[in-house]
Design a protein around this ligand. Structure first.
Ligand code: DGL
Length: 260
């Protein structure tokens, strides 16, 4: 069984890619909805949540854990690996490398939570993989919470997204990195703004490939998806069709509340 978690719904974008790549694997998804968002919380708090959730998933029988959250990966993936040395842990980090490699303008932008934007880990990623490329790191407070409402397409939010992205495009950025897994669900709002000036970079498929490498295409007996949430489990279940994740919805049972 593979355990995948996030602060809330964002990691479902990564889970969908994993489920597609591994149709025979048993999956469990944990949304820490009692504590969403992580992006405006201190690193110590996020680390505490990541360790508690990692332990919960390991005790439930997960043989691989995916931290489907850039913020949690940035703050705590090393602590989680130290805490669970027997379990492979895959994280999600902004796609700075593929964006810098493919940017003709040598100018990219990274959209992220406040915690990810300020992190030394992102600064390191940029130094390591975007030498000679201009990288605008753009914190987007409130965006993940907006995705949690399942109704991000309001005129006011559409205007907020445009106000954030237009100046980046006007300055010449030709790659927009989605540095938060929630933002995959904002792609329908972002894409129409680009008008051939830039492309969106999302790493969900690359994360799924890494999971396949580590886990293999095992037959787990039940290719089932178990849903867990620390608050409002029924909302997690309802989010699957609402976000257009019909293949996940078909694989999932009802959602259960847990308290790691
Ligand atoms: N989905 C998460 C990320 O990738 C966290 C969003 C949040 O909880 O602030 O960063």
């Amino acid at each position: 069984m593979i355990g995948v978690f996030d602060s809330g719904l964002g990691g479902l974008s990564v889970l969908a890619a994993i489920a597609h790549a591994l149709p025979r694997a048993e999956l469990v998804y944990l949304a820490d909805t009692a504590h969403v968002p992580y992006g405006d919380k201190p690193d110590g708090f996020i680390t505490g949540r990541v360790l508690a959730i990692g332990r919960h998933l390991a005790d439930a029988g997960c043989k691989l854990i995916v931290v489907a959250c850039n913020t949690a990966t940035t703050a705590a993936i090393q602590a989680l690996r130290d805490h669970l040395p027997e379990i492979p842990v895959v994280g999600v980090e902004p796609g700075v490398k593929p964006a810098a490699q493919s940017s003709a303008a040598r100018h990219i932008a990274v959209l992220a939570t406040e915690a990810t934007a300020r992190s030394p880990r992102l600064a390191h990623l940029i130094r390591a993989h975007a030498d000679g490329t201009r990288v605008d790191v753009v914190p987007c407070p409130g965006w993940a919470t907006h995705v949690e409402t399942l109704r991000p397409d309001t005129p006011a939010f559409r205007a907020e997204v445009a106000a954030k992205i237009e100046p980046l495009l006007a300055a010449g950025a030709d790659r927009l990195v989605l540095g938060c897994t929630h933002y995959a669900f904002l792609a329908p709002l972002i894409a129409p703004l680009l008008r051939d000036r830039a492309e969106i970079v999302d790493v969900a498929a690359a994360v799924a490939r890494q999971v396949v490498r580590l886990y293999g295409d095992r037959h787990d007996g039940q290719a089932h998806l178990r849903l867990l949430a620390t608050a409002h489990p029924e909302r997690l279940r309802a989010a699957l069709p609402a976000l257009g994740l019909h293949a996940l919805a078909a694989r999932a049972g009802s959602a259960t509340q847990v308290s790691p």
